[in-house]
Design a protein around this ligand. Structure first.
Ligand code: PLP
Length: 400
C-alpha cells in the first residue's frame, strides 16, 4: 500500500505496544505485574461521573462549539489561575480531545518542514513523532541523572538555531519525573524570549509533585504570554484518561488557528466528557491530594525496591508517577559485564516473557540503558513486581 511520507515518518507508540502485549498475555490468564500504563489506577471521582450522567440525562449530547463549551473554557482559565497563577481569558483557551491532541494541533499550526523543535531527553515518546509528522525536525537536549534529568537554560540556549520555533518542556516529566525548578524555568523562558522561541509547557502532571517541589506553571511568570503555550489535561490530575479532555492556553490568535483545525478535523471534544471536565474544574479537588498521598507511598516503596537490586541506580523522581532506573549494567557493554539483552527494549521484552513484569524500555524515551516503571498501581502489585524483578536480576548476577 502506498502511504504518505508523513505517516511513514512516525511509529506506533512503544508504550502502547507494551500495553498491548501485556494485555494479550493477561487475556491468556497470565498474572502480569503491570508497571506499563501511564495512567492512574484510581477511578474517576464520583462527583465527576455524576456530572456526566446528568449531562446525558439532560440530553447534552449534541454538537458543541468546536473549541469547547464556553463554561468549560472559562472554568479552565479560572482553575489554572487559582491553582497555577496564570491569567488567561476564555478566548485564550481551547478544549481538545485530550492533551496529546492539543500538542498535535499546536505543532500542526506552528511548525513545518525546515523548522526545529527542541525536546529535552529523556522525553515522552510522542513528542518526537508528533514533530516529525509535521515535517519539522526534533532537536534533542540531553539531561543527566546528576541533575535529576532537569534541563538547564544554558543547554537550551546552546541548542537554539535560527530554525528553532518551539521548546517542548514537560515538567514534571514523563518518563523521568524531572521537575524544572521555577528559577531555572524562568531563565529558560528568558532565553527563549531572547531568541523568539515558543515555550510549550506540558503540565499534564502538574499536581503530582513530591516535596520540596510544588505545582508550578511558567504561565505565572511576568510577561510570559507572548512566548508561552500551556498544554494541560484532566487525564492524570482527575483520573480521567479515557474521557479525552485536554486544553491549550495561549495567545488568542493561536487559539483561533487551533479551533480552525479542530473545525475541519475532530470538531468538538465529546459533549458529555466536557460536562464531566467542567465538574472536575469547578468541583471539589479532594481526590487529588488523596491520590498524591498514595503515589508518595508507592514511590518510596518502588525506589527502595529498585535500588536494592545489585547494579541498578535510580534518581528520585520529583513528580509524575514513574520510576526510571538505570539498568545499563545488565545490557551489552554494561559495567557489570553480564549482558542480559542488547538494549532496554529487548530487556523489557525478556522481563515480560520470563518474569511476567510489564514495563517500558528507555530506548523509545531517548534513554537507552533505562526502564520506565509506572507506579500507578497498588502497593501489593508493586511488591509482587519488585519480588519478580529481584529474582530475575539476581539470577543473572549469580550466573555471571
Ligand atoms: N503529555 C505527557 C507528558 C503525557 O505523559 C501524556 C500521557 O501519557 C500526555 C501529554 C497526554 O495525555 P492525554 O492525551 O491523555 O491528555
Amino acid at each position: 500500500m502506498q502511504l504518505t511520507n508523513r505517516i511513514n515518518r512516525i511509529q506506533i507508540s512503544p508504550t502502547a505496544a507494551v500495553i498491548a502485549e501485556a494485555d494479550r498475555l493477561k487475556s491468556q490468564g497470565v498474572d502480569i505485574a503491570d508497571f506499563g500504563p501511564g495512567e492512574p489506577d484510581f477511578p474517576t471521582p464520583e462527583h465527576i461521573k455524576e456530572a456526566a450522567i446528568r449531562a446525558i440525562r439532560e440530553n447534552k449530547s449534541k454538537y458543541t462549539p468546536t473549541g469547547g463549551i464556553m463554561p468549560l473554557r472559562e472554568a479552565i482559565c479560572a482553575w489554572h489561575k487559582r491553582e497555577l497563577g496564570s491569567n488567561y481569558a476564555a478566548k485564550e483557551c481551547v478544549v481538545s480531545v485530550g492533551g496529546k491532541h492539543g500538542i498535535f494541533n499546536v505543532m500542526s499550526v506552528l511548525v513545518q518542514a525546515g523548522d526545529e523543535v527542541i525536546i529535552p531527553a529523556p522525553y515522552w515518546v510522542s513528542f518526537p513523532d508528533i514533530v516529525k509528522y509535521t515535517g519539522a525536525t526534533p532537536v534533542y537536549v540531553q539531561t543527566w541523572p546528576e541533575d535529576g534529568f532537569s534541563v538547564k537554560a544554558a543547554a537550551i540556549e546552546a541548542a537554539i538555531t535560527p530554525k528553532t520555533k518551539i521548546l517542548i518542556l514537560n515538567s514534571p516529566s514523563n518518563p523521568s519525573g524531572a521537575v524544572v525548578p521555577p528559577d531555572e524555568y524562568k531563565k529558560i523562558l528568558d532565553v527563549c524570549r531572547k531568541h523568539n522561541v515558543w515555550v510549550m509547557g506540558d503540565e499534564c502532571y502538574s499536581h503530582f509533585t513530591y516535596e520540596p517541589n510544588k505545582p508550578f506553571s511558567i504561565a505565572s511568570a511576568a510577561d510570559s504570554k507572548e512566548h508561552v503555550i500551556i498544554l494541560g489535561s484532566v487525564s492524570k490530575t482527575f483520573a480521567m484518561t479515557g474521557w479525552r479532555i485536554g486544553y491549550v492556553l495561549g495567545p488568542a490568535e493561536l487559539i483561533q488557528a487551533l479551533i480552525k483545525l479542530q473545525s475541519q478535523s475532530t470538531s468538538n471534544p465529546t459533549s458529555v466528557a466536557q460536562y464531566a471536565a467542567l465538574e472536575a474544574m469547578t468541583g471539589s479537588m479532594e481526590s487529588v491530594p488523596q491520590m498524591l498521598a498514595e503515589y508518595t507511598k508507592r514511590r518510596r516503596r518502588i525506589l527502595d525496591g529498585l535500588r536494592a537490586i545489585p547494579g541498578v541506580t535510580c534518581v528520585d523522581p520529583g513528580g509524575a508517577f514513574y520510576a526510571f532506573p538505570n539498568v545499563s549494567a545488565y545490557l551489552a557493554n554494561g559495567a557489570a559485564g553480564h549482558a542480559m539483552a542488547k538494549d532496554s527494549t529487548e530487556l523489557a521484552k525478556l522481563l515480560l516473557d520470563r518474569a511476567h513484569v510489564a514495563l517500558v524500555g528507555g530506548d523509545g524515551f531517548g534513554a537507552p540503558g533505562y526502564l520506565r516503571l509506572s507506579y500507578a498501581t497498588s502497593i501489593e502489585r508493586i511488591e509482587e513486581g519488585l519480588r519478580r524483578l529481584e529474582r530475575f536480576f539476581t539470577r543473572v548476577e549469580a550466573a555471571a
